[in-house]
Design a protein around this ligand. Sequence first.
Ligand code: HEM
Length: 220
Amino acid sequence: MRIIQSILASKWTKVVVFPLCLVPLGILVWRGLHNDLTLDPVNFVEHTTGDWVLRFLVMTLAITPLRKILRLPQLIRYRRMLGLYAFFYVCLHFTAWLWLDRYFAWGQILEDISKRPYITVGFTGFVLLIPLAITSTAGWIRRLGGKRWQLLHRLVYVSAVLGVVHYYWLVKSDVRKPLEYAFLVGALLLFRIGSWIIGRRRAAAATKTSPKAGVSAETI
Ligand code: HEM
């Protein structure tokens, strides 16, 4: 366990993880340059980038439960990077749709966003991630204050749920993959709610035994 802790705490691990997260994009570019994006390249790009948005969202949400269950506080160092990568891939996903799928035909784009439920839901999930990406810096945590910042950043759960609904609605027949993501996001959400309830109970018990103690120790 000590070894894992020091690997996670090392600045070199971050230096390695950062470019690793760009590998899916690198593979996509490589396949594009070699005319290897299947018979329907636009769909392939949309699906690959969409998949990576959800994977990065799930990894971001998994950091806190894993940190607590495995007692690896150092994992927190990777949460911001993974969250920003989720945002990076959703920007690519959205741009692919705007550019390669809809050729920047704004009338049609607005109609799709307002009338096609799976696009409306995906778009909302994307918009919700924008304030989170902007306020992900230490400066914004200070400006907003820890509590307000935490509250705002819970929107990441809403975005992940919307991403899953978007995926579920767009698949035509085989719903296994969206259901797998639904299970993962649901489990992570339940863990969050469970630890919030336990935190509140502990704080209430502490207030009863010593009224000056109290105050929840719960963090995200
Ligand atoms: C949090 C935001 C989003 C997430 C998590 C997400 C995720 C996904 C996923 C997982 C897929 C399917 C990948 C696969 O089949 O393997 C997908 C496909 C797609 N997404 Fe998104 N997406 C998001 C936002 C958006 C937005 C903003 C748009 C455009 C407005 C969009 C348009 C599409 C389109 C057009 C497809 C392919 C549909 C098809 O023809 O089969 N998505 N997305």
